[in-house]
Every structure is written in structure tokens, then in C-alpha cells.
Unconditional design. Structure first.
Lengths: 201, 123
């Protein structure tokens, strides 16, 4: 075909993005410096270590834990973690009887200031559909097998409400410092597809 | 207890992106598309709820239109949502974006309109 098509399909997403960025910066709607800063921040600074520090603080400080469960947005801000997609965060406390797991069935809503951007599996259509229908099976596939006596609660995130799972503190960690505890806490545990393992001795 | 060389929380399973080997964006354009939406939102072009509603719609359309075995691209849906929202708002028409894409594609090879590329001039 000699005629070059002018449809979205004839351009790669990279070309469309470049064209859009070109127009938006030319019109002054996006500042290239601001754009670069936003991307760099999410690539290098914002990640699950923030949430891990919140969890560790809640494990060692009962009053902070109470504040976290009452208002996770405000409690996280105490540690300096706030910003886009952190406007309304709800903390869900795992216990011996209840295990929480988080999903966004419609897209990928996620508590950015505490966990950074979501991993691939969280955005995957299969996870989003299946964890609601068969949470125990999905959790088992991730390597988390829960006893029959544990109730599984699945929470669907929205643009308004994001969730942070407060995992159970593993046994045998009584002597650890808050920082050492934070190092044990994984992103997966804070989304609810894993538990926190005690450190290997 | 002696102080460790670096805070343990920065070396653990939840170390910062990049330093734990995890790629936040698989390709550079994904980061650009992500950043454009966030920058426009922060500049007041739309609320995040408006964007996420558009994103959910874009993902749902993909899921309806594509067979389950075709590879899913989250950021393709993201870009689609951004283009759609900008068109609905009268901010940037898709046709204008495509015109610009044609223009960029037809620029001479080796020419970078952005002037911010980094050549390696060697030693």
C-alpha cells in the first residue's frame, strides 16, 4: 500500500507518547522539568520501603498503630509519606483470624506514597478477576496457604480509597530494631499476597 | 548493637525501585506516558478520579476486544485513556497528536527535535 495510514495503529505507543509530550510542552501545559522530576521520583525514590517503615513503626509503637488503623493517611504523613494517590489510605490489620488482600478490579489503584507504583501482577487482568472469585487459590499460587479458620477479605481499591495491609509481626523478632523490622516487610505482604517471614538465623 | 553500614530497610526486600533490580517502567515511553498524566493532573487539567475512570474504561475495552492469550499492555491502555480524556476536554485532539507523530516520524534520521539527547562523544 502506497498510502500511509494515519491511525493510532500505525504508530507505536512510544511515537504517540512523544508526539503528545511535544504538543503539551510546546503549549506550556506540561513543564519538562516537572515531568522529568515526577518520573525520576517514581523510578528511584517512592517504593515499598516507605510502607515497610510505616508497618515497622506500627509493630513497635502501639499508639502509632492505633493512629494508623484510625487514619492511615494522617499516620503515614507523620513519617513524611504523602502525595498523589495517598489522599485516603485505609490500613487493614491482619490477625490470626482475618487475612486481608487488596486488588483494584477496574484498573490499578494503589497507595503510591507507601508502595510506589504497582507490580505487573497487580495490574494483570487474571489477578484482578480471579482474586475476587477464588482468593484462597490465588493466594496459594503466590505461596501463601491459609488455614481453614482464617477468613479472607478481599478489598477493591478505587480512585478514592487505597489500602495498606498491616501484616502480622513474625514470631521471634522481639529483639529487632524498628529498622531491622522494616527490612523484613515486603511489598507483597503489604498487598496481602504474602506474610512476613522471620529473619533467617 | 553496632550501626550497620546502611539502613537495613534500604537493603531489604522492599528496597527502593532500581536498587532492588526492579524496573518500574519496562520501556521509557511508559514512564513518559505515566508522567504526562500525573503532571497534567497536578496542573489541574483533570481530577484523578476522572483519569482513573477513563483508564478503567480503556482497560475494559481492551479486555472485551482481545483474546485472553494476547499480551496485555497496561501502559497502552494508560496512553489510550490519556489521549481520550485530553480529546474529550478539548485540550488535544487525537488528530493533532497523529499529525505531530507523522511530523516526528518524517524528520530526518539522526535529527532530534528535543535537543536534549546525550551523545557519547567518547574520550
Amino acid at each position: 500500500m502506497a498510502i500511509q495510514t494515519r491511525t493510532e495503529e500505525s504508530f507505536t505507543p512510544a511515537m504517540r507518547t512523544e508526539a503528545l509530550e511535544d504538543i503539551l510542552t510546546e503549549r506550556g501545559l506540561v513543564d519538562p522539568k516537572v515531568l522529568a522530576g515526577l518520573i525520576k521520583n517514581f523510578e528511584e525514590n517512592v517504593g515499598p520501603m516507605n510502607g515497610a517503615r510505616v508497618v515497622a513503626r506500627a509493630w513497635v509503637d502501639p499508639e502509632f498503630r492505633a493512629r494508623l488503623l484510625a487514619d492511615a493517611t494522617a499516620a503515614s504523613a507523620e513519617l513524611g509519606y504523602k502525595g498523589a494517590q495517598g489522599e485516603c489510605i485505609v490500613a487493614l490489620e491482619n490477625t490470626d483470624r482475618v487475612h486481608h488482600v487488596v486488588v483494584c478490579t477496574l484498573c490499578s489503584c494503589y497507595p503510591w506514597p507507601l508502595l510506589g507504583l504497582p507490580p505487573g501482577w497487580y495490574k494483570d487482568p487474571a489477578y484482578r478477576a480471579r482474586v475476587v472469585r477464588e482468593p484462597r487459590t490465588v493466594l496459594a499460587e503466590f505461596g501463601l496457604t491459609l488455614g481453614a479458620g482464617v477468613e479472607v477479605r478481599v478489598w477493591d481499591s478505587t480512585a478514592e480509597v487505597r489500602y495498606l495491609v498491616l501484616p502480622q509481626r513474625p514470631a521471634g523478632t522481639e529483639g529487632l530494631t524498628e529498622e531491622e523490622l522494616a527490612a523484613l516487610v515486603t511489598r507483597d505482604a503489604m498487598v496481602g499476597i504474602a506474610s512476613v517471614a522471620a529473619p533467617r538465623r | 548493637m553496632t550501626a550497620p553500614a546502611a539502613p537495613p530497610a534500604l537493603q531489604g526486600a522492599s528496597a527502593p525501585p532500581r536498587s532492588n533490580g526492579e524496573l518500574v517502567f519496562a520501556e521509557p515511553w511508559e514512564g513518559r506516558a505515566f508522567g504526562l498524566a500525573l503532571a497534567l493532573h497536578e496542573a489541574g487539567a483533570f481530577t484523578w478520579k476522572e483519569f482513573s475512570t477513563e483508564l478503567a474504561g480503556s482497560i475494559a475495552r481492551w479486555e472485551r476486544a482481545h483474546p485472553a492469550d494476547e499480551e496485555y499492555s497496561y501502559y497502552r491502555c494508560w496512553l489510550e485513556a490519556l489521549e481520550s480524556l485530553l480529546e474529550d476536554r478539548g485540550i488535544v485532539d487525537r488528530a493533532v497528536t497523529l499529525d505531530r507523530a507523522v511530523h516526528l516520524r518524517e524528520r530526518p534520521a539522526g535529527h532530534d527535535h528535543r535537543h536534549d539527547h546525550h551523545h557519547d562523544h567518547g574520550g
